[in-house]
Design a protein around this ligand. Structure first.
Ligand code: BTN
Length: 240
């Protein structure tokens, strides 16, 4: 379904589900304009109306336990990555946990909101924002880019959406078939700054370290002065 304007496609899907209306698995809600798009860490997500992809997909991965939520994040990140790889090639990376990067600039991100039932995921609302045809970005904290800025031409949003959905489906089926290690290994191999000596900030402390791994549940493992330290999203910042 394509909406002209909505607060947030994630919120839209959440509201339908909370009214106990049945929504078929695989439903995609896209919006030309989101006036209250939400990002990670309670950020807002801004996208120029009509230029970019802002959409949410409903999945019901009841076969995943609460402890496996990060495997879904990996699968979705890899789906987006593979869909864009033919266009953007090796400059494309996944910045932990699930940002899509080209070089050192952010091309897109995702907000995955899982609704749990007991120890299993009942519904997963997968919100994806991808900068496609936007030419300029307001000066802000994040160094943003778009496919147009990189490749100097416009792209049909619906075509890119279809590619992303197809690749996400493929990775979803890998998870469903239990090919968890396959997804984990691919995700790790596509990580931004993997095995590179870089600067990070945690708890006010700026240090050099090397990303070595992502634990099954999603904690980032950084080798800091010979010791392996683990961080969650709120505990670590990447410093360029
Ligand atoms: C981030 O990088 O901070 C995540 C951005 C996620 C944005 C998408 S746009 C579609 C969906 N609806 C929202 O309100 N957010 C997600």
């Amino acid at each position: 379904m394509s909406l002209k304007e909505v607060d947030s496609t994630n919120t839209f899907l959440k509201n339908i589900l909370s009214n106990s209306k049945p929504v078929p698995e695989g439903t995609v809600i896209m919006a030309e304009d989101q006036f209250a798009g939400r990002g990670q860490r309670d950020n807002t997500w801004y996208a120029e109306p009509g230029k970019n992809l802002t959409f949410s997909i409903l999945l019901n991965p009841t076969f995943l336990s609460a402890q496996q939520q990060f495997d879904l994040t990996r699968a979705i990140s890899m789906g987006v990555y593979d869909a864009l790889y033919p266009l953007l090639r090796d400059n494309l990376k996944i910045k932990w946990p699930n940002d899509i990067y080209h070089g050192d600039a952010k091309l897109g991100g995702m907000l995955i909101e899982n609704i749990l039932q007991g120890n299993h995921i009942k519904h997963s609302i997968i919100g994806i924002g991808l900068n496609v045809n936007q030419k300029s970005f307001p000066p802000g904290a994040v160094n943003a880019t778009s496919i147009k800025k990189i490749l100097q031409r416009d792209y049909e949003l619906k075509n890119i959406l279809a590619e992303i959905c197809n690749h996400i489906e493929a990775y979803y089926l890998h998870l469903k078939a239990g090919r968890i290690d396959f997804v984990r290994n691919l995700y790790l191999s596509r990580l931004y700054w993997l095995n590179e000596q870089r600067r990070f900030k945690s708890n006010g402390d700026i240090f050099k370290g090397v990303i070595k791994n992502v634990e099954p549940a999603g904690m980032l493992v950084i080798n800091k002065s010979g010791l392996e330290e683990r961080y969650n999203l709120k505990e670590i910042e990447f410093l360029n």
